[in-house]
Design a protein around this ligand. Sequence first.
Ligand SMILES: *Cc1c(COP(=O)(O)O)cnc(C)c1O
Length: 401
Amino acid sequence: MTQIPSSAELDAADPLARFRERFAPSAGLVAYLDGNSLGRPLAASLENLERVAREEWGGRLIRGWDEVWLDEPVRLGDRLAEVALGAAAGQTVIGDSTTVLLYKQIRAALALRPGRDEIVVHRDDFPTDRYVLEGIAAETGATLRWIDPGDVTPDAVAALAGPRTALVVLSAIAYRSGALADVVAITDLVHGAGALMLWDLCHAVGAIPLELDAWGVDLAVGCGYKYLNGGPGAPAFAYVRAGLLEEYRQPIQGWIGSATPFEMGQGYAPGPGIRRVLSGTPPILGMAALGPAIEMLAEAGMDAVRTKSMALTEHALSLADELLPTAVLASPRDPARRGGHVTLDHDGFEVIMPRLWERGVIPDFRRPNGIRLGLSPLSTGFAEVEAGVRAIAEELAAAGA
Ligand SMILES: *Cc1c(COP(=O)(O)O)cnc(C)c1O
């Protein structure tokens, strides 16, 4: 039996502990262990939502488009790029949902690699990524080459990437297991095959430091409502490497992404630079919650966020080893190989979920039998993790599971 480190001591020594009080209180909350599905709201985000609605929408009315809103997708995208993506300005835009941005990016990538008709994808990737790819394959005649279930390795990618490969689409952090892919090695070998690399960063952004420019990543997308705390349905982001932008064409040719949105003219011409990724009217209210959360990440620093994230998942595993000995770890043991969440499998988890929610303990259940503990570094405390794991153990015992 391992010794559980003291949660109180870990909290007292946590240099990021002060950020926890920036989050809006949630009545009855004991342990929020689902920050990787929906981040908690910052008090400043709630205030900014109100301010944007009241002052900008109510105050500026239609003038808001000319005065501030039209530039907001690129302005906020650049700020996110600087704070959390390791990307220079002009390559990131805040836009539609991740699903829609995936569609646009994948279609654009195929058009950038004419004569190539295969896309490499992972059997275990998040459903929307697979479904969008299946739709695009049906629409364009492209062939999907599937990496088998399990952790994604450079060897598995190398076995499928070749002269017919246009694009490889993978998640940097697996949504189920939390496994962190070898982003640099995979990107390099995809380039070696002459293909483009699209990383889905939904579970990575705001949890691990990213260096998209230095790593030579071609395309990326990621969610605004997980570790970026942008709220339910928050707009997602898209990154396009600067060198690709001139030739980049995406299929949802809306007026806001065109060269001349307000001329209402005939014929679409793509807008300048990263603006061409946009389609229709950008979700200004959705971005209002995202802004303060990105500023908080800037203040904390992504390296410190990662350090705490690894300490939180380590703590969760120590607690689980001791208190949940019959659960099976479905995440990498080595903290350097996982992201911000850990998954435990146990056949008793499904029946105890309603009881846990009643108690204000909120993990997330993934069929068939996995509990994910998503530990958002800036909102989660070590004692909170302990309270959550203890509650899970108590409910399992009460259920006789
Ligand atoms: C959360 C998540 C999504 C969500 O896509 P939406 O369009 O926001 O529903 C997509 N892909 C991955 C890998 C995710 O983790």
